[in-house]
Design a protein around this ligand. Structure first.
Ligand SMILES: *Cc1c(COP(=O)(O)O)cnc(C)c1O
Length: 395
């Protein structure tokens, strides 16, 4: 099974069949499990076997299928599924940190990740140092002998900075720190995070794993010891577990994820190449454009530029809004990795909470539009983006 290629793993790994021999994975929509005898109940609470369950907050057959399948793909020993991507981020950090611990984190983070590191962990006495994630010297200066963990998004949102995971992992491991990556933008399809040194890999399954905008979910991938002895006790007692129904949606999402994400990434690259240099645009940010500041790292680390690009319209907010309002296929929303192409104006939505100075520091301009590329026809999407750019030029 371990020598299966990713696409085979995505279809077959982790499958558990009931006595009926069903072809499609079952949804075990149950929170509890019965025991034949009182002695059996006692025994299960002493030691829960690999095919035994107690309560859905602790584990469930459908959830376990999803966990086993994503762990097989990612190349980690185990995985724990969570109610959302944020439950995975919070669960990982809260489960392993305590007052007095030191964490180094990249500054360019998804808003809720930044909130956990900046506002929650610090309330419980964890010291957090933020660095420019693309500056290896800044990581070297911030990581101390007592640093417990480093946290980063391998590709940042929405500026798509690519962090040199191998270099940061090497520095962290020299002091024994755990490397935790939020790998949403790299996607599980293009992830090489284990190979590059990550210890814990987190996904918001809401994005490419579902890929069709239906359910929230998340997952923590790591060693069996970390997942079952550190993450699971925290999550099963605090209630961040994934529902069996959502796990089933994610499990079926995994079957087609490789095909979807590769097609989306191919279209994203074609669009980025086609619109770069348009007079309405100050910049096109896409990791696999040669103009991207970390182009070489992106090629080495992902083998693809991913499904998301950011367009920086030179006419500021008015141009960005004209662009968005002229789109006929691409919808205005804030998910990403969806089959439907989605455009977002980070400055007024996902990153509205930040101060002007914080946004400037992260490179989020008023003219920036994040574009998550879906599964529509490339030509139709290009025509739609050109329609938006023409409207932006007219502002
Ligand atoms: C969406 C996202 C999250 C949060 O995931 P939810 O499933 O919405 O909780 C965390 N990190 C990144 C990079 C994301 O894009």
């Amino acid at each position: 099974m371990t020598d299966w290629k990713p696409r085979t793993k995505l279809v077959h790994s982790g499958t558990r069949r009931s006595q009926y021999g069903e072809v499609s994975e079952s949804i075990f929509l149950t929170q509890g499990f019965v025991y034949d005898t009182a002695e059996a109940a006692e025994a299960r609470f002493i030691e829960t076997g690999p095919d035994e369950f107690i309560y859905a907050r602790y584990g469930n057959p459908t959830v376990r299928m999803f966990e086993d399948r994503i762990a097989a793909l990612e190349g980690t020993e185990d995985a724990f599924a969570t109610a959302s991507g944020m439950a995975a981020v919070n669960g990982t950090l809260a489960a392993m940190l305590q007052a007095g611990d030191h964490v180094v984190s990249a500054r360019a983070l998804f808003g809720s990740c930044l909130y956990i590191l900046e506002n929650i962990l610090t309330r419980y006495g964890v010291e957090v140092t933020f660095v420019d994630g693309t500056d290896n010297d800044a990581w070297a200066a911030a990581i101390r002998p007592d640093t417990k963990a480093v946290f980063l998004e391998t590709v940042s949102n929405p500026t798509l900075e690519v962090i040199d995971l191998r270099a940061v992992s090497d520095m962290a491991h020299k002091v024994g720190a755990t490397v935790i990556v939020d790998n949403v933008f790299a996607t599980p399809v293009f992830s090489r995070s284990i190979e590059l040194g990550a210890d814990v890999i987190i996904y918001s399954a809401t994005k490419h794993i579902d890929g069709q905008g239906r359910c929230l979910g998340g997952v923590i991938c790591g060693t069996k010891d970390f997942v079952r002895n550190t993450a699971e006790p925290y999550l099963k007692h605090t209630g961040g577990s994934l529902s069996p129904f959502n796990a089933w949606v994610m499990l079926k999402g995994l079957e087609t994820m490789d095909l979807r994400v590769r097609a989306q990434a191919e279209t994203a690259l074609a669009l980025a190449e086609a619109v770069e240099g348009h007079p309405a645009l100050a910049k096109v940010l896409y990791p696999h454009l040669p103009s991207h500041p970390q182009h070489a790292v992106a090629i080495d680390q992902m083998g693809s530029g991913g499904t998301v690009m950011s367009l920086d319209l030179s006419g500021g907010k008015a141009a960005a809004f004209a662009f968005l309002n002229a789109l006929e296929i691409v919808t205005i929303s804030n998910n990403l990795g969806d089959a439907k192409s989605i455009a977002t104006h980070p400055a007024t939505t996902t990153h509205q909470r930040l101060t002007d100075a914080q946004r400037a520091d992260l490179g989020i301009t008023d003219g920036m539009v994040r574009l998550s590329v879906g599964l529509e026809d490339t030509g139709d999407l290009l025509a739609d983006v050109r329609r938006g750019l023409a409207a932006a030029t007219a502002v």
